[in-house]
Ligand binder design. Structure first.
Ligand code: ASP
Length: 337
């Protein structure tokens, strides 16, 4: 796929080849993320980092990824502090902000809004999450993590068994990840959620049409040979009231005892984060923090590599990153990771 100048709006635009292309570039980003080397390949470029919905990891990792390639970041956060609150259309905002930037990363609470924004943009737009719809960069980093974690255990993505759990209705990360995984062969999906928070039919249709085996259930049992357990948060912000979300919080928890009882010893534990650590939710307990199969922080680290790769590709410099390399002079413990 020719990424130069392309928007990254949905995982639907990818095939296995284009995913591999992104992963190959992501692998080459490791020395820069580890501070073994610097690169100035995007010196002078500006990222417009527009986050109209809460975010910590995604927003900061987009910014960090751009900085690590030598570019600068201009940021706006929250709807209230933007002209959208004055009734400005997404088209107008895009038209103006794209003339201030070379690429835009954007998150917005409404499904489809990032694609709408992209129509007014003169620079590539990367979807950082649009409502309950999609989160393509998260899905890419999740798949990159799955691939690496499974390789460590001598397995591949093809033929694996993934168990997704929690709020599968509003969780955009599981929507995008399921669609990406549908491109692989013979995946077993076990989808565990309260009945009201089941995976949407539109996503189920994609994975079923691709011939994968899907089990939809509201019970944790039956997933004992899962290679991956992917826990999610109840997406409170998508419910009509916090009280409605309260009914589901804490329904499916994962802690050391439940993990040991229901999963095999090398099941990899993932979560897109943030995990809701309040006692009434606590979907992924701190008692698993030291567990070697807990991949959540490796997942977050991989986000920087994937986002660096996407910037290098969409701005057409993926083959020049090493050419603009320089030394890192300051002390950094990351080099020893
Ligand atoms: N950070 C992820 C997202 O933005 C997951 C979550 O918020 O629960 O979708």
């Amino acid at each position: 796929m020719n990424f130069t100048g392309a928007n990254i709006l949905s995982v639907e635009q990818f095939h296995r080849d284009s995913i591999e292309q992104i992963f190959e570039v992501a692998d080459r980003m490791l020395p820069y993320a580890r501070r073994q080397k610097r690169t100035r390949v995007l010196d002078g470029a500006i990222l417009g980092n527009l986050f109209f919905e809460p975010s910590t990891r995604t927003r900061v990792s987009f910014g960090t990824a751009f900085n690590l390639l030598g570019g600068e970041v201009r940021e706006t956060t929250g709807m209230e502090s933007s002209a959208l609150a004055k009734g400005e259309s997404l088209y107008d905002t895009a038209r103006v902000l794209s003339s201030y930037s070379d690429v835009i990363a954007m998150r917005h609470p409404k499904s489809g809004s990032v694609a709408e924004f992209a129509q007014g943009s003169r620079v590539p737009v990367i979807n950082g999450g649009d409502g309950a719809n999609e989160h393509p960069t998260q899905a890419l980093l999740d798949l990159y993590t799955i691939k690496k974690e499974l390789a460590y255990h001598g397995h591949s993505v093809d033929g694996m068994h993934i168990c997704m759990m929690g709020d599968l209705k509003f969780g955009r990360t599981v929507h995008s990840l399921s669609r990406l995984l549908a491109l692989y062969d013979n995946i077993r999906f076990t989808l565990i959620s309260p009945r009201e928070l089941m995976m949407p039919d539109s996503v189920l249709a994609v994975i079923e049409k691709a011939g994968h085996e899907v089990t939809v259930t509201d019970q944790v049992s039956g997933s004992s040979d899962a290679d991956i357990v992917y826990q999610t948060r109840i997406q409170q912000e998508r419910f009509t009231s916090p009280a409605e979300a309260d009914q589901y919080r804490g329904k499916f928890r994962l802690n050391s005892e439940i993990y040991t009882r229901h999963y095999k010893p090398n099941t990899v534990i993932m979560h897109p984060l943030p995990r809701d650590s309040r006692a009434e939710a606590n979907e992924l307990d701190n008692d698993l923090n030291q567990h070697p199969n807990l991949a959540i922080f490796r997942q977050a680290d991989n986000g920087v590599l994937i986002r660096m790769a996407l910037f290098a590709l969409t701005l057409g410099v993926a083959d020049q990153v090493e050419k603009y390399e320089c030394e890192v002079n300051w002390y950094s413990d990351k080099r020893n990771v």
